[in-house]
Design a protein around this ligand. Structure first.
Ligand SMILES: Cc1cc2nc3c(=O)[nH]c(=O)nc-3n(C[C@H](O)[C@H](O)[C@H](O)COP(=O)(O)OP(=O)(O)OC[C@H]3O[C@@H](n4cnc5c(N)ncnc54)[C@H](O)[C@@H]3O)c2cc1C
Length: 328
């Protein structure tokens, strides 16, 4: 591993100032960054440890749940406000990684974690995300875990997070700070599709820090479900996941939020499905129709065609559970 400098940040402004120096990176829980450094995928000159900053709070104010960037995945998933107001987030977090990892992983680090594409991790293989213009090994290679939506000629990797799928569904806002002060960004606009610049995962500038997230209150708590399909029951990334949040009253879906994970370079929100569900009574034929529509535009590669069927069935199952038609 390359030698690097390590400093503890004393303030948010100190982090922003430090990030202005090229080759500087934030470290939070370190559960992704340190792996990437050990494998030579990334080689920062300087790490700024932000774990001592006061950005861990989880508070409810004026119709929103605010979660600081340094709140640990384990703490967020067990927090009583999160469980009461946003159970979908708690379910998604508990589906991720392992208890030990969740005890180190932070909200901001989870959002910024990099793809698990094997071609990205193996520095002897081509990868446009790791080394721009070196090619995409996955496209013609072993692409079983890869994307079926929103791919480009340059990259077919998926975003690996579970938490982010729930946050995309829940209309979350990201709070960011940089040289010009604070700004807010819709969570669904935070991550990006690969396009011609797969080396960039999101719209955070190099000298910005995530301060936290805000989730608006909603009526989804009684009808939320996160379904994760993976090769092992624990400690495995999603082949496909589905986050569903429904507001149901008097047997009618008043509004719906749906997003999929494991299928695209960013959490894949199903806006058309949400519109099609509103005003309808939950039923299996409706959910089958929704799932068929959700798969429109899916494009499979040599080894991941199974994902289209899997994702479709996962959407149906998650809707059935969230609406109460079947138990979890
Ligand atoms: C074996 C294993 C299995 C896993 N399984 C899953 C899984 O099933 N589902 C899942 O969702 N995740 C899984 N993960 C990933 C895990 O959730 C992430 O590693 C973790 O969330 C990263 O958080 P961290 O605080 O450790 O980030 P770090 O490793 O410290 O940082 C990651 C990146 O985020 C940046 N960063 C951190 N905080 C900020 C901030 N506030 N502002 C700007 N940039 C920031 C860092 O610079 C770095 O680039 C797994 C990880 C491992 C090792």
């Amino acid at each position: 591993m390359k030698q690097f400098e390590y400093v503890k940040a004393g303030s948010t402004q100190g982090v922003i100032n430090a990030l202005a120096q090229p080759g500087t990176k934030i470290i939070a829980g370190g559960t992704n960054l340190v792996d990437l450094m050990k494998r030579g995928v990334t080689a920062p000159d300087k790490l700024v440890d932000i774990t001592h900053l006061p950005l861990k709070d989880i508070t409810a104010t004026s119709g929103r749940l605010h979660i600081g960037t340094l709140a640990l995945n384990s703490i967020v998933s067990e927090n009583s406000l999160v469980q009461k107001k946003q159970p979908l987030l708690s379910m998604a977090l508990k589906a991720g990684a392992s208890p030990q990892l969740r005890n180190m992983a932070t909200v901001g680090g989870n959002m910024m974690q990099r793809t698990r594409c094997g071609y990205f991790y193996d520095t002897t293989l081509p990868c446009n995300k790791r080394q721009p213009e070196s090619g995409c090994g996955a496209k013609e290679g072993y692409n079983r875990m890869h994307a079926i939506f929103g791919t480009s000629e340059k990259c077919i990797a998926v975003h690996p997070s579970d938490m982010c799928v729930a946050l995309a569904a829940l209309d979350t806002t990201v709070i960011i700070a940089g040289k010009k002060g604070e700004r807010k960004l819709a969570f669904t606009d935070f991550h990006k599709l690969p396009g011609d610049t797969p080396e960039l995962d999101n719209h955070l500038a190099k000298d910005e820090i995530i301060l936290g997230i805000e989730i608006p209150d909603n009526n989804f708590a009684d009808h939320s479900y996160y379904l994760k399909i993976r090769d092992r029951q624990s400690y495995a990334f999603a082949l496909v996941s589905v986050a569903v949040a429904l507001d149901i009253s008097n047997g009618v879906i008043r509004s719906a939020r749906l997003a999929m994970g494991g299928v695209a370079h960013k959490p894949w929100r199903l806006y058309d499905a949400e519109k099609a569900l509103a005003g309808k009574q939950p039923s299996v034929p409706l959910f089958e129709q929704i799932a068929r529509g959700a798969m429109q535009g899916a494009k499979a590669y040599q080894h991941n065609e199974f994902k289209i069927n899997l994702a479709s069935n996962a959407v149906i199952q998650a809707l059935k559970v969230a609406s109460g038609l079947v138990p979890a």
